[in-house]
Design a protein around this ligand. Structure first.
Ligand code: SF4
Length: 164
């Protein structure tokens, strides 16, 4: 639990509210060099898998999604997702970034079974479900955010991307 009364937290909050983007960038770079002084940057090979483009969020900037019942809407099967993971692994990939639209047709069990299926048949690090999807699941399935995350993790989710 973050202690919001500490001077350190207050200074972070002040930075968040008042610092310019460039100033934040410079401070972030300073912090990066403090934590990792060696002059090396590493990377992993991963693959984005967008399991469905059906979405009801209607983000104005998004050209990816399709409303329910649109003829271009799609949902990948578990087997199709598994094949994409196998392709990734064949070139040395170690992680999938798996995100999709807010699809109103899918029950929560569909996501849990998908995670279990991947871990059982195509094991890999699953970085998945943006915060907006987690929030959507909570509202749609009458759960708290914490319950959603715990259930996803128990089924195989390893980490959650920051975007979305
Ligand atoms: S939630 Fe994602 S898929 Fe849906 S409209 Fe927004 S950006 Fe597009």
């Amino acid at each position: 639990m973050v202690d919001r009364t500490t001077p350190e937290f207050r200074s972070y909050l002040e930075l968040y509210e008042k610092a310019s983007l460039h100033e934040l960038g410079r401070l972030a770079d300073d912090a990066r060099w403090k934590l990792h002084p060696e002059n090396a940057v590493t990377y992993i090979i991963d693959r984005n898998i967008n399991y469905t483009n059906v979405c009801v969020a209607d983000c104005k900037f998004c050209a990816f999604y399709r409303r329910p019942k649109h003829p271009d809407g799609y949902l990948l099967s578990y087997e199709e997702i598994g094949r994409k993971i196998d392709e990734l692994k064949s070139i040395g990939g170690v992680q999938i970034l798996m995100q999709g639209g807010h699809n109103p047709y899918l029950p929560f069990e569909w996501y849990l079974d998908l995670l279990r299926y991947i871990k059982r048949h195509h094991p890999i690090h699953i970085h998945g479900f943006s915060p907006s999807e987690v929030d959507f699941f909570a509202g749609r399935f009458g759960m708290t955010i914490e319950e959603v995350i715990r259930a996803l993790m128990a089924a195989g989710l390893d980490s959650i991307p920051g975007g979305g």
